[in-house]
Structures are given as C-alpha cells and as structure tokens.
Design a protein around this ligand. Sequence first.
Ligand SMILES: [Zn+2]
Length: 144
Amino acid sequence: MPDRRPSRASAARAATAPPPGHEPRSCVVCGRTIGWRAKWARSWDQVRYCSDGCRGRGLQPVDTALEESLLDLLGRRAATATVCPSEAARAVGGADEAAWRPLMEPARMAARRLVARGEAEITQGGQVVDPSTAKGPVRVRRAR
Ligand SMILES: [Zn+2]
C-alpha cells in the first residue's frame, strides 16, 4: 500500500483551525500569526517562529531599534496619529535611501510585533487591518 500523506490543500485547511488549547500566536520575528500545523500537535508550546526563514534570521539589534523608533515616533504625536514604517526605517537607518530602504520590511515586522503585544494597530485607509495579511502600504498607530 502506498503511504498516503495529507495533501498541501488539506494542510492549508488545517492551518485555519487549531484545536482547543492551541490558540494562534504570533511569530516572534515577523509578527505574523503562526498558522496551525498538525505536526506541531505535541510541540505547540515550543513553537516560536512561523518559518525556517524567521528562525534562521532571529531578532537582531536593529529590530529592537525599529520597535523603539516606532513607539518613539508615536509617542511624540497625537494619540490618534499614524506613522509610516518608513519613518522608523529612516530614523534607524539614516536619510540615505540605500541605508533605510532595506529596513522597510524589518520596520513592518517591528510594527506587527507591536500589534501582537497590544501596543499598536496597523491600518490601511484608516481601517484596522490584519497585520498578517495586509498587502501594500500600511500605517501604524497606538493601540486604542
Ligand atoms: Zn515569522
């Protein structure tokens, strides 16, 4: 008998429905919601990363600096004001585009981590969006 393994499609369906006691959590690196996978049934408590890429990358000093920059920018504005992740990228990387541009995705990751900790919200067009699935430019504001 051939060894029948679950198809990718069924694995994707399972990702949306973690069993009780396995509530979704956020990747400690990129801040995206970690989709449930059956292979984690017995090790869920140890799952910290959404992917091998995030595990390999880890959190670096620049990531903490970007979080602090976002909070600093928000702290200096009205409670309802928003900031663009690029502002934190510039604050940390410097005005030279070759320096701050590579920090854009790390800045978005920092924003998602703040959302996961309840310290910020990510918006598009003034509406709060799911940081894990938002595509295109986003703004960051203080959590309400
Ligand atoms: Zn991740």
